[in-house]
Write a protein that binds this ligand. Structure first.
Ligand code: 13P
Length: 252
């Protein structure tokens, strides 16, 4: 019912040549995949070169961030319009690294969501608690604020284009994955919130990805959970073999 999605967030890695090598391999070797949405998010400078290598393949392109203005005097920023122009269909918004290192707020993230949708991009909204918040029993409070404030002024129709990624900060790049049950619990909570904020249809149709040390060894268990519809992957998305195994997950 919900189409699975495996998305690779390449973060600040790979030159244009390295990015094109990897995207060319993925486009060739995943050409037969029809049942999974496959997304890769290279650095901005590699986007248009990578776009050329994945044309007519099931692999689609995402930006890792955007600025919520179309054009103007905003030195160093990239707009949703520019991402579309470079070949992107998706954009990652509100990644925890940006929330933490660059102090991005839910309000700013919400502006990006609205502008990305206006430009015809599908936003992947990242949410998730820190270790301190988990230990302080604040998970639900944190997720509630991030989801509610991140989705202000979005319509139920617009939600058809939105993907949510639950990425507990303590599991990112640490090798510590949330257990299948911990992830399922957070996903189910988020789905319940979507019902309250929008309606039953939005709750049932919205894809919720899990992110945080997803690798070939744990993907199958995670994907077998009822409310986990895919993965947003950092480290393991940089290696062709690993990423392809994730795309070919075997949920029981
Ligand atoms: P890792 O898969 O390296 O833990 O990164 C997860 C992530 O931040 C994806 O956006």
């Amino acid at each position: 019912m919900r189409r699975p999605m495996i998305a690779g967030n390449w973060k600040l890695n790979k030159t244009i040549a390295e990015a094109c090598d990897l995207s060319t391999t993925l486009a060739q070797q995943l050409a037969d995949v029809t049942a999974v949405d496959i997304i890769i998010a290279p650095v901005f400078t590699a986007l248009s070169s990578v776009a050329a290598t994945i044309k007519n393949s099931p692999v689609k392109l995402a930006g890792q961030n955007c600025y919520p203005v179309e054009t103007g005097a905003f030195t160093g920023e990239v707009s949703p319009l520019m991402l579309k122009d470079a070949g992107c269909d998706y954009v990652i918004i509100g990644h925890s690294e940006r929330r933490q290192l660059l102090d991005e707020t839910d309000g700013f993230i919400n502006q990006k969501m609205l502008k990305a949708l206006e430009a015809g991009l599908k936003p992947i909204l990242c949410v998730g608690e820190t270790l301190q918040e988990r230990e302080g029993n604040q998970i639900l409070e944190v997720l509630t604020a991030q989801i509610k404030d991140g989705l202000v002024n979005l319509s139920a129709d617009q939600m058809a284009e939105v993907v949510i990624a639950y990425e507990p900060v303590w599991a990112i790049g640490t090798g510590k994955t949330a257990s299948d049950e911990q992830a399922q619990e957070a996903h189910s909570f988020i789905r319940g919130m979507l019902q309250g904020l929008f309606n039953q249809q939005v709750a049932t149709q919205t894809r919720i990805l899990y992110g945080g040390s997803v690798k070939p060894a744990n993907v199958d268990g995670l994907m077998a959970m009822d409310d986990i519809d895919g993965a947003l992957v950092g480290g393991a998305s940089l290696k062709a073999e690993d990423f392809m195994r994730l795309v070919r997950f075997q949920a029981q």
